[in-house]
Ligand binder design. Structure first.
Ligand code: MN
Ligand code: MN
Length: 380
């Protein structure tokens, strides 16, 4: 039998005598027994979808991690959503841009922009999409259903506060609907009417093949595709893993949300770095990892993450992510920005006069000379 985790570090600490939650303690070894380098008070930088309220409906489910669950996460919010075969995320819009990563399965997405141009496409595992703020859209599960991550460019976003088609029509006088559409009022007799139980995510029939489901817009399609095949992108090959970067430079529809899909091999390390432009919102897809965040003012704290967790790094704070498991660690780094940007500690020091670096760190010349001038990104 595996020994119980105990908050003991060398000759410091002592066993737990009181109530305890052993599975949670096992998932968070760096909180139970922090490395000696941790110091000071740092806000919580972890929340798991497994601890998030789930909204369960006929067509699937949705659970969100927002600033309400993880208060430090003010820049971005995320929703993990499942749609059964034919299941429909109702036609809707919202004030925030929506970026998405398909975790499993396939879906059909639709959208119409302000110039009357439309976008209707099928997306599969590893594809992403981006609907700009205010653009109406839908998502429907195809034959095998699907599950995906949605990311919104406001930490206070809520999936429960989107503008829903059925709710709007239900809250509009029927004579106004008749006048608006130029149809008799009787046409609207069967509208769904319970505003407390809007459709939101509901069962639907599988749509016809994409070619048969196309609607021709007189103004044509949207100028930049709203979806992107991230896994078709040739990854950046690195010593300890791979990275794929997607932002407005290669996916022009995503003007407010940038991302990196990072895979770290066992024993590998996403190097010490920081982001010079904005906070980082992370989603762990598989494997397990450890991150220490350096918060300045003598503060640093270490967290452990596993598949289904959200991590967060406030603006400019230094950090690394180490694969602590036996399997590849795969996670998304997300930013409220039109571009991905990071500063590598190693590259910074390599491109600085060596005697200046030596004066700070007491490293010998030979050690400093080994620092690569290209960003390592992921080492092993
Ligand atoms: Mn949406
Ligand atoms: Mn980072």
């Amino acid at each position: 039998m595996e020994a119980l985790p105990e908050p003991i570090r060398g000759d410091e600490g002592a066993t737990i005598l009181g109530p305890r939650n052993i599975p949670l303690e096992r998932e968070n070894p760096s909180l139970l027994v922090p490395p000696r380098t941790d110091h000071g008070t740092v806000p919580n930088l972890k929340y798991s979808y497994a601890a998030a309220h789930n909204r369960v409906l006929s067509g699937g489910w949705a659970r969100e991690v927002t600033a309400r669950e993880l208060p430090i996460a003010t820049e971005l919010a995320g929703v993990n959503m499942r749609l059964k075969p034919g299941g429909i995320r109702e036609l809707h819009w919202h004030k925030e841009a929506e970026w998405a990563y398909m975790l499993a399965g396939r879906a059909r997405i639709t959208a119409v922009d302000a110039e009357g141009r439309n976008y209707i496409a099928d997306v599969g595992t590893g594809d992403i999409w981006n609907f700009p703020a205010g653009i109406p859209h839908s998502i429907q599960g195809l034959e095998e259903g699907c599950e995906f991550l949605l990311v919104f460019d406001d930490g206070n976003f809520s999936e429960n506060a989107t503008f829903l088609l059925t709710e709007w029509l239900d809250l509009t006088p029927r004579d106004v609907l008749a006048k608006n559409f130029g149809l008799p009022e009787a046409v609207f007799a069967d509208l769904p009417t319970d505003v407390d139980h809007t459709r939101y995510i509901f069962n639907g029939e599988l749509p016809p093949p994409l070619a048969a489901d196309a609607v021709r817009a007189p103004a044509g399609p949207v100028p930049h595709a709203y979806s992107y095949r991230l896994h078709a992108q040739e990854p950046i090959l690195l010593a300890g893993g791979t990275a794929r970067i997607v932002d407005s430079s290669n996916f022009p529809a995503a003007t407010t949300i940038a991302a990196a899909l990072v895979e770290v091999e066992p024993g590998g390390l996403r190097e010490l770095h920081w982001h010079p432009n904005t906070d980082e919102w992370q989603y762990y897809i598989e494997g397990q990892g450890r991150m220490t965040v350096f918060a300045s003012s003598g503060k640093a704290r270490t967290f452990d993450y596993q598949a289904g967790d959200v991590g967060y790094v406030p603006f400019a704070m230094g950090h690394y992510v180490e694969n602590t498991g036996a399997e590849p660690l795969r996670f998304l780094e997300m930013f409220r920005s039109d571009r991905f940007a990071d500063i590598s500690l190693t590259q910074w020091l390599a491109l600085t006069p060596p005697e200046l670096v030596r004066a700070h760190l007491n490293l010998d010349e030979d050690a400093i000379a080994t620092f690569p001038r290209d960003k390592p990104v992921i080492v092993r």
